[in-house]
Design a protein around this ligand. Structure first.
Ligand code: FMN
Length: 136
């Protein structure tokens, strides 16, 4: 496991149920990790990995505190958005493909594995997304 820098890693002071976020980043796997808090107003992002910044073109300070829908745009599929809503409401685990846009406006297909971090709890709060960017 490699250590990483950045604001997002404040979250690592309190690893959730043994998950170590940097495990996702080892050996150059090109997967981005995002965590959002459903108990805060509009479910803001509380953590993004360095890969997420590379995939989206944004800086960390432009992203943390916002809802992930900022990456949606004209060609984003409504049914994919609806699947996100359902998954968050049910606390289920899903893989969702969605057309997103980077900071410079280019569209890309984002394959998102979404799951509750505290799966099985009656009071699901944090959701983890592992994302893979494909060419559109
Ligand atoms: C952890 C997490 C990661 C998400 N990642 C994305 C994403 O990469 N792209 C996207 O379009 N929506 C993503 N979403 C979904 C949106 O944040 C939002 O839930 C979705 O647009 C449906 O809600 P709305 O109807 O309020 O927009 C993510 C949600 C969560 C909780």
């Amino acid at each position: 496991m490699r250590a990483s820098s950045g604001d997002g890693y404040l979250v690592m002071k309190d690893p959730y149920k043994g998950w170590k976020l940097a495990d996702f980043e080892e050996n150059g796997a090109d997967l981005a990790v995002v965590i959002a808090d459903t108990k805060l107003p509009d479910c803001p992002i509380i953590y993004v990995s360095d890969q997420f910044l590379r995939h989206s073109g944004y800086d960390r300070h432009e992203i943390v505190g916002r809802n992930c829908r900022f990456m949606q745009g004209e060609r984003t599929e409504q049914e994919a958005i609806e699947r996100f809503r359902q998954c968050l409401a049910k606390g289920s685990t899903e893989v969702i493909k969605i057309t997103n846009y980077g900071k410079s406006g280019e569209a890309f297909v984002n394959t998102v594995l979404l799951r509750p971090l505290d799966e099985g709890s009656d009071d699901t709060r944090l959701f983890l997304a592992v994302q893979s960017r494909e060419k559109s």
